[in-house]
Design a protein. Structure first.
Length: 250
């Protein structure tokens, strides 16, 4: 078992599919208690039907301050205490920079950056208030480290998450809260499958990824688990890249 995970209370935002759902499964396997959120109640209910263990969930728009307050309150009541936040909720859409609409830009920033801030702040306040600290792991991306064509709004939001993570680490470390982020590369998720065909997947992994394959959600879940665990007790303010060597390519 991974050190310091059994019986921990874990909130996973964006936990109803892809990386988030794989992460919920991994934490439950390690004996954690899990509360997950999705964009809607229907998404949450569907995910919960596929999970075994001490788990509950709810729908919430992470860009809405009141919805986030209710989510964190609900999660706290179920878990007793939130010891770990896996701040995973996010969206992506493909659009050339010159054709990106303001409404689309605003929604991406609202979910991916404002939502990340709102959930992290609400949870961190509870972690600091009782003096017991905790661990927060944010979802960034390799798109936080370099610009990918046709994803200006997504790239900007994930760059913001990286800097938010670093700032949180500086301020919250002295209060006992460890903060890190993961930077996944090309992962086989429903979100990515909605953005590219299988032929584009194959071309991308052959031309851009040294391991010549796409990543699996379970591989990112393992990174989340490590950063949340006591095995990472001196890892703080870091961005853990999980990309098969993609960002190593010149």
């Amino acid at each position: 078992m991974t050190a310091g995970i059994r019986d921990r209370g874990v909130l996973i935002s964006g936990g109803t599919s892809g990386i988030g759902l794989a992460t919920a499964r991994r934490f439950l396997e390690e004996g954690a208690r899990v509360f997950l959120s999705g964009a809607t109640e229907e998404e949450a209910e569907k995910a919960l039907a596929d999970l075994d263990g001490s788990v509950d969930g709810a729908g919430a728009d992470v860009a809405d301050e009141q919805a986030v307050a209710e989510l964190v309150d609900h999660a706290t009541r179920f878990l007793g205490r939130i010891d770990v936040l896996i701040n995973n909720a996010g969206i992506a859409r493909k659009s050339p920079f010159l054709e990106t609409g303001v409404a689309d830009w605003d929604r991406t920033i609202a979910v991916n950056l404002r939502g990340m801030f709102l959930v992290a702040q609400a949870v961190a306040r509870s972690m600091v208030a009782d003096g017991r600290g905790g661990a927060i792991v944010n979802m960034a991306s390799t798109n936080a480290l370099g610009g990918e064509e046709d994803f200006a709004d997504y790239n900007a939001s994930k760059g913001g998450v990286l800097q938010l993570t670093r700032t949180m680490a500086v301020e919250l470390g002295p209060k006992g809260v460890r903060v890190n982020c993961v930077c996944p590369g090309f992962i086989d998720t429903p979100l990515n499958r909605a953005l590219a065909s299988e032929e584009e997947f194959v071309t991308y992994e052959r031309e851009r990824i040294p391991l010549h394959r796409r990543g699996r959600p379970e591989e990112v879940a393992s990174a989340y688990l490590f950063l949340a665990s006591d095995d990472a007790s001196f890892v703080h303010g870091a961005a853990l890249v999980v990309d098969g060597g993609q960002t190593a390519v010149m």
